[in-house]
Design a protein around this ligand. Sequence first.
Ligand SMILES: *Cc1c(COP(=O)(O)O)cnc(C)c1O
Length: 271
Amino acid sequence: MTLPVNTPEPAAAHASSIEDFKHNLASIRARIDAAARKVGRDPASIRLLPVSKTVPEDRLRLAVAAGMDFLGENKVQEAARKAENLADIPGLKFSVIGNLQTNKAKFVAKFADEFQALDNIRQAAALQRRLEAEDRQLDVFVQVNTSNEESKFGLPPAEVQEFVDQLPQFDRLHVKGLMTLALFSDDKEAVRACFVRLRELRDMLRESAPEGMEIEELSMGMSGDFELAIQEGATVVRVGQGIFGARALPDSHYWPGFAGEKPAAPNTAAQ
Ligand SMILES: *Cc1c(COP(=O)(O)O)cnc(C)c1O
């Protein structure tokens, strides 16, 4: 069987020292820069968000020492725990990139600097209320389901315009752009189509978003497909396994309903 194009290379599995993390970070960054140059884009216009889900705090301290200062986490409670246990590190920021139940908005409002999975109005209202209580602001990305899979979170592309039109009332939320998870598939063109869909939607919203809202960012691409995403305009890539090594937990734990055939990388021992 052909592996899905999104399957990450297992090379990073043994990161367990500051040097290892520096090396992994530099090698992913070099691939990002090369992918950008290849399509005539400025590498500096692409942010690498290291995704640290399942990685315990002691290894995260090494990652931070290696230069990572903004970490992506899928689950709110795992993120909240890490933010608390690592609160002694000055300037460390967290981005929540996974689905959020409305009743957990209070956690995000307390510690997160960014939320990339906004996809319903009740959630926006809950975040606004909790952010007012904390007197904080939050950068947000609207999550879009570009793969048309029922299991995936995010709004169907056709509903995004109407959704963003309602967001100006939530003045604690700063809408930065759109986020998506591509199809898991060995069909590279099918994966690419997801990225293209997100970019075209962003281009449309550049013209038609509410006054004062600048929808510019495209958060798309992970360890196995970030180069393709960069070709199609990604401005944020979310890379976990390429930096931290293969995860022991199956992705279905993070993406309910995900029954993809993403095979475990051979060397999972470093977890
Ligand atoms: C885990 C995760 C990623 C990163 O996936 P890798 O294969 O580890 O690079 C990106 N986005 C989301 C929403 C995730 O949950």
